[in-house]
Design a protein around this ligand. Structure first.
Ligand code: ATP
Length: 610
C-alpha cells in the first residue's frame, strides 16, 4: 500500500533538470534585452532560455517562473531581440490524479471495515482497531477456574430458573428428539453486583460448554455496520461450537428503544440491535445455543427484544437478605484467615442493602486493613472499619474548629437521643463525629430484622430522628446550621412518600399522588407525568410540611424532656468522638446501663447506619 502511494505521488512531483539554472524573471528579461538568449521555450508557468555563451561548466539553460498576470511586453521583446520562440502545450494532468488520494482513503476505510467485521473483534472503537492489529478473533472466553452454581450463593430462585437449561445444553438431542422448544434468550435483571455475570458463567461451567462473553458497549463502534458484523460473527462462531452460551452484559447500552436519536452513533447502535434480533429469530430447534443477557435498566429496553422467541424468559436477581448475605460471605471467606471472634451472622445482620459484590469488597477491605496493621488474621474490628469505609467512605482529616466540633456533637447527640427515647426505633449501634466520605458525623442504627413493610409509627419515628439533629442545635445552641442539609432532604422525601404514596394523611387518603417513582433496581427516582390537579398538589405540599413540622416539634420535646442526659452525651461525644451502644446508654439511661461510661473499645463487628 505504501509503495503504491509513493509511485502515484512521486509521479506528480515537479522535477528539476541539472543543466538549468533558476533565475528571477527580471534577470531573465535583462538577459533577453542584452541579447544573451537565443531560444526561449514558453511553458505554462515558466520561460526557459538558451544562453548564447554560457560560462564553462555552467548550465546552458536559464529558467524563470513567469508572473501570474501575463506580461504584455515579453513577446514584443523576444521578437525585437530575434529570439526563436517555442511554445509548449500545457501538461494534461489526468483527473484521476486529483481524485486518487480520496479514492485511496475510501479503499482503506472499506478494507479496514471488512477486516474488522470478518474478525468479529471485541473492544469498542479504538480498542477494536487495537484488536484488529493484534488479530484477536471471536473466541469463547476461557474460564480460569470453572464457575459452578456452588459459587453463586443465595439467588435460589434465579438458579432454579436457569438450571433447567443445564440439561438442555448437556444433551440437546434428547430435547430435540421429542420436539421440545427450549428458550434461547434469557434476560437476567437486577441491581448492580447481584451476580448476573456470575450466574451466566456458572451456567456455562455446570453445562461444561463454551462461553462467549461480551458487553453491549463493546459493540458500539466508530464505523456504522461494524458492530452488526461482529454480532453476526459471534453468533456464527457460537453455532459452530454448539452447544454453547453467549452472554451479553449491559444489554441496555445497545438494546435501548430504537428511533430515539439522530446521527451516526445511533445508526450504529440500531444496526447492531437489529442484527441481534435477526440472529435470535434465526435460531431453530436445531441450535443448542443459549443467549443470556444482563441489564439493570429493563425499563429502557426496546420492546422488540422482549417478544416471544427472543429474550422472553426473565430472571430477576435481587439484593440478598440476611440469610443470603451470610451464604455469600461463606463463599468469599473460603480462603481468608478469620479471627476466631469473627461472627459472620453479625456481619450479615449489619449489612442490609449490600449486594454480593459489596460483600466481597467488604471482606477485601477488611483483609487490606488487617495487612496494613501487619495482622495475621482478620478481626471483628477490621470488618467494622471496612464496613464503615464501604458505606461512608474513608476517614477524612479535616481541621475542625472547636465551636464547629461542639455543634457537630450537639447535632449527633440530638439524633441519638431521639432514636434512643422513641419507642419502636431501630436499636442504636454507634454515634461518631469523625468525618467520613461526604459526612461530618453519623448516628448509626442496626435493624434487628429485615423489614418488608414499614408501619406508620416506625416512619414517624424515622422523621423525628432525622430532624432531631437540627432540633438539638436550635434548642441547645439557639441557632441552626447547614449541617441538616441531608437530613431535611431525606425527611422530605420520606414525608412525601407517606402522603402521596402510602395514603398516610387522613384528609387526603389512599390516593396515588406521586410525581416520580423508584427505579426498580437502581434506587433512583424517575419522573412521571402529573395526573392530578394543582389544588391537590398544593394539599399534598401542605400535608408534607405539617408532617415535617410535627416531627421536628416531637424531636424538640424529646430533647427538652431529657436535656441533662443529652448534655452529658454531648460532652462525652465531643471528648471521645465515637461512642458505642453501651456508652450511649450510659449517658442517656445510666440506670439501665449500670456500667462505666465512655468505654467504646468493644465495638461489635458490623452494623448498619441509618
Ligand atoms: P453488574 O450489573 O454491575 O454487571 P452483576 O450483577 O453482573 O453486576 P457480578 O459481576 O456477577 O454482578 O458480581 C460481581 C462479583 O460479586 C462476583 O464476581 C462475585 O464475586 C460477587 N457476587 C455477586 N453476587 C454473588 C453471589 N450471589 N454469590 C457469590 N458471589 C457473588
Amino acid at each position: 500500500m505504501l509503495v503504491l502511494f509513493y509511485v502515484l505521488f512521486a509521479s506528480q512531483m515537479p522535477t528539476g533538470a541539472p543543466d538549468t539554472r533558476s533565475v528571477p524573471y527580471s534577470e531573465m528579461k535583462v538577459l533577453i534585452r542584452a541579447g544573451e538568449i537565443t531560444n526561449a521555450t514558453l511553458e505554462e508557468t515558466a520561460i526557459v532560455g538558451t544562453l548564447r555563451s554560457p560560462e564553462p561548466d555552467a548550465p546552458g539553460l536559464v529558467r524563470a517562473v513567469t508572473p501570474q498576470q501575463p506580461d504584455p511586453t515579453l513577446l514584443p521583446l523576444l521578437e525585437e531581440m530575434d529570439v526563436t520562440i517555442t511554445a509548449e502545450a500545457p501538461t494534461q494532468v489526468s483527473p484521476l490524479y486529483s481524485f486518487l488520494p480520496w479514492l485511496l482513503l475510501i479503499a482503506f476505510y472499506v478494507w479496514l471495515t471488512r477486516r474488522m467485521m470478518n474478525r468479529g473483534m471485541g473492544g469498542g472503537s479504538l480498542s477494536g482497531l487495537g484488536n484488529l492489529l493484534s488479530g484477536r478473533g471471536s473466541k469463547p472466553t476461557e474460564q480460569a477456574q470453572r464457575t459452578t452454581f456452588a459459587d453463586v450463593a443465595g439467588q435460589d430462585e434465579a438458579k432454579r430458573e436457569v438450571s433447567e437449561l443445564v440439561e438442555f445444553l448437556r444433551d440437546p438431542d434428547r430435547f430435540q428428539k421429542v420436539g421440545a422448544t427450549v428458550p434461547h434468550g434469557v434476560l437476567l435483571m437486577g441491581p448492580p453486583g447481584t451476580g448476573k455475570t456470575l450466574l451466566a458463567r456458572a451456567l456455562a461451567g455446570e453445562a461444561d460448554v463454551p462461553f462467549f462473553s461480551t458487553s453491549g458497549s463493546e459493540f458500539i463502534e466508530v464505523f456504522v455496520g461494524v458492530g452488526a458484523g461482529r454480532v453476526r460473527k459471534m453468533f456464527e462462531e457460537a453455532r459452530k461450537q454448539a452447544p454453547s452460551i453467549i452472554f451479553i452484559d449491559e444489554l441496555d447500552s445497545i438494546g435501548r428503544t430504537r428511533g430515539t436519536g439522530l446521527g451516526g452513533g445511533h445508526d450504529e447502535r440500531e444496526q447492531t440491535l437489529n442484527q441481534i434480533l435477526a440472529e435470535l429469530d434465526g435460531f431453530s430447534g436445531k441450535h443448542a445455543v443459549v443467549v443470556l443477557a444482563a441489564t439493570n435498566r429493563p425499563d429502557v429496553l426496546d420492546p422488540a427484544l422482549l417478544r416471544p422467541g427472543r429474550f422472553d424468559r426473565h430472571v430477576t436477581l435481587s439484593l440478598p437478605d440476611k440469610r443470603a448475605r451470610r451464604a455469600i460471605l461463606d463463599v468469599h471467606v473460603r480462603n481468608l484467615p478469620l479471627h476466631a471472634n469473627v461472627d459472620l451472622d453479625r456481619v450479615a445482620a449489619g449489612t442490609p442493602g449490600f449486594s454480593g459484590a459489596d460483600l466481597k469488597n467488604l471482606l477485601n477491605e477488611a483483609a487490606i486493613t488487617a495487612a496494613r496493621r501487619s495482622g495475621s488474621d482478620i478481626t471483628p474490628v477490621d470488618l467494622d472499619e471496612a464496613r464503615d469505609k464501604v458505606m461512608m467512605g474513608t476517614v477524612r482529616t479535616l481541621a475542625i474548629m472547636p465551636e464547629e466540633k461542639h455543634r457537630l456533637a450537639v447535632h449527633e447527640a440530638g439524633h441519638t437521643a431521639a432514636a434512643f427515647y422513641s419507642p419502636g426505633a431501630d436499636p442504636l449501634y454507634k454515634v461518631t463525629i469523625i468525618p467520613r466520605g461526604r459526612s461530618l458525623g453519623g448516628t448509626h442504627m442496626l435493624q434487628e430484622n429485615e423489614r418488608h413493610t414499614l408501619p406508620e409509627t416506625y416512619l414517624e419515628t424515622q422523621l423525628t430522628t432525622l430532624l432531631a439533629g437540627r432540633a438539638a442545635e436550635k434548642l441547645l445552641l439557639g441557632s441552626v446550621s447547614s449541617g441538616a442539609d441531608d437530613d431535611i432532604r431525606r425527611a422530605t422525601t420520606l414525608a412525601r412518600s407517606m402522603v402521596a404514596r402510602w395514603g398516610m394523611d387522613p384528609d387526603i387518603g389512599p390516593v396515588d399522588l406521586r410525581e416520580s417513582e423508584d427505579h426498580p433496581f437502581l434506587g433512583q427516582q424517575i419522573a412521571r407525568p402529573r395526573t392530578f390537579s394543582d389544588e391537590t398538589a398544593a394539599r399534598v405540599d401542605q400535608a408534607v410540611i405539617a408532617l415535617l413540622n410535627s416531627a421536628e416539634a416531637q424531636a424538640t420535646q424529646l430533647i427538652e424532656d431529657h436535656r441533662s442526659e443529652v448534655l452529658t452525651l454531648v460532652d462525652l461525644l465531643e471528648h471521645e468522638e465515637t461512642l458505642d451502644r453501651e456508652a450511649i446508654t450510659g449517658c442517656l439511661d445510666p440506670e439501665k446501663a449500670g456500667t462505666t461510661i465512655g468505654s467504646h473499645t468493644d465495638i461489635p463487628s458490623v452494623a448498619a447506619p441509618e
